[in-house]
Design a protein around this ligand. Structure first.
Ligand code: GLY
Length: 374
């Protein structure tokens, strides 16, 4: 494929130049979504806190620009107060500490980063519901809300912190819990056609499934595209760490659903199953996440099966670069046209830090950096 990938070097150069510039305005902070050309900063408590430092680590790995490493490490240190704030920690600590502490440790071996990541893995493991075999997603968002039995598809990307912790310590408990959660996702979230539920409510005592909820998708039985992407990449990663064929089969089934619903430019609408009278903006972030999952699948399955995953993963990233990327303006975001939360009307046509992050991760893989932070 190398001949066809000349655009990757050009795209990477654009990323490096743009991140050099935006790192001076964003600094060691936590950008979330870009509005009017400028990233809105979030508190380090928000689930997206790892994406900017993670993106900096990808660029640092290639350029060895010490300034980017320092910013990423400063962001990581800022998460220490979050780690102490028990009531505000939820399952997304996987996203947050994998792209900060685990990334640091994998690249440079800092023992403090390792301790932070292991402590977080223990906290994440503590959210496991043993009767339902799921990791509880959220704490109450408002006084009196009962979220004890709620799990969401996004959590598939929190599991790599647990897989890493087992590899690092030799203690199988972390991995066993991750695997149990992934099995629950396979049994309850993934439908036979490969579409995915965003949210499932279980009885927190018995663990029985109660209902599927629409969450950030249009409806309980629609097909939220970013949730589909979390499932592709998360299942591919669960296969990568466990070798369990059922996770690979599931990743492929969801990938086939995703690919067969892509529009001509390979970048998905925010939900694949919408009534005709509902707006259907693109979600570029769903494209970037899925591309990373497809590229991992392409490197995982036998050569005879890998072409479709590699080709579509590359086509998505190419389209994001050419049709959705901002490479010359004053916009801080890299990739335009993300949809954060359509049902709540939040950021419906904006650069999103996770879209930028996964675009850069995918590009780095196409450049040949195959070692995962996840
Ligand atoms: N994890 C929340 C989202 O995908 O928007």
């Amino acid at each position: 494929m190398t001949d066809q990938l000349q655009w990757v070097d050009e795209a990477w150069q654009n990323v490096v130049e743009k991140v050099d510039k935006t790192s001076k305005s964003i600094g060691a902070n936590f950008p979330h979504a870009s509005e009017n050309g400028k990233y809105v900063l979030a508190e380090p408590y928000w689930w997206t806190a790892g994406f900017w430092p993670g993106l900096l680590w990808h660029v640092y790995r290639d350029t060895k620009d010490a300034r980017l490493k320092e910013l990423a490490e400063e962001c990581e240190a800022k998460l220490d107060v979050v780690q102490q704030d028990y009531y505000r920690l939820d399952h997304d600590m996987g996203f947050m500490w994998t792209l900060t502490s685990v990334a640091q440790y994998r690249l440079l071996g800092n023992e403090v980063s390792k301790r932070r990541a292991l402590l977080t893995a223990n906290l994440l493991m503590g959210r496991f519901n043993v009767n339902g075999n799921f990791i509880r997603a959220w704490n109450p968002w408002f006084e009196g809300e009962d979220n004890r039995g709620v799990a969401i598809i996004d959590c598939m990307m929190n599991l790599p912190l647990l897989y890493w912790a087992s590899e690092e310590t030799g203690d199988p408990r972390f991995k066993n819990i991750a695997q149990k959660h992934a099995e629950t996702v396979l049994n309850h979230f993934i439908r036979s056609d490969g579409a995915v539920h965003h949210v499932i409510r279980f009885d927190p005592e018995s663990g029985e499934m109660i209902e599927a909820l629409g969450g950030q998708g249009y409806a309980p039985y629609s097909a939220w595209s970013r949730g589909t992407s979390w499932a592709i990449y998360g299942m591919a990663l669960s296969y990568h760490y466990t070798g369990e064929a059922k996770f690979l089969e599931t990743a492929k089934r969801v990938a086939h659903f995703f690919v067969s619903h892509l529009p001509d430019d390979f970048v998905p609408h925010w939900d694949f199953r919408l009534p005709a009278d509902v707006d259907a903006p693109r979600d570029s972030s769903a494209g970037a996440i899925a591309a990373c999952g497809l590229l991992l699948l392409g490197d995982t399955v036998p050569e005879t099966q890998s072409r479709m995953y590699k080709v579509v993963g590359e086509k998505i990233l190419h389209s994001l670069y050419k049709n959705y990327g901002d490479w010359s303006g004053s916009e801080e975001g890299l990739i335009l046209h993300g949809t954060s939360h359509f049902p709540e009307g939040k950021y419906l046509d904006n650069p999103l830090i996770y879209g930028d992050y996964y675009f850069v991760e995918g590009l780095a893989r196409l450049k040949g950096y195959k070692e995962l932070f996840w």
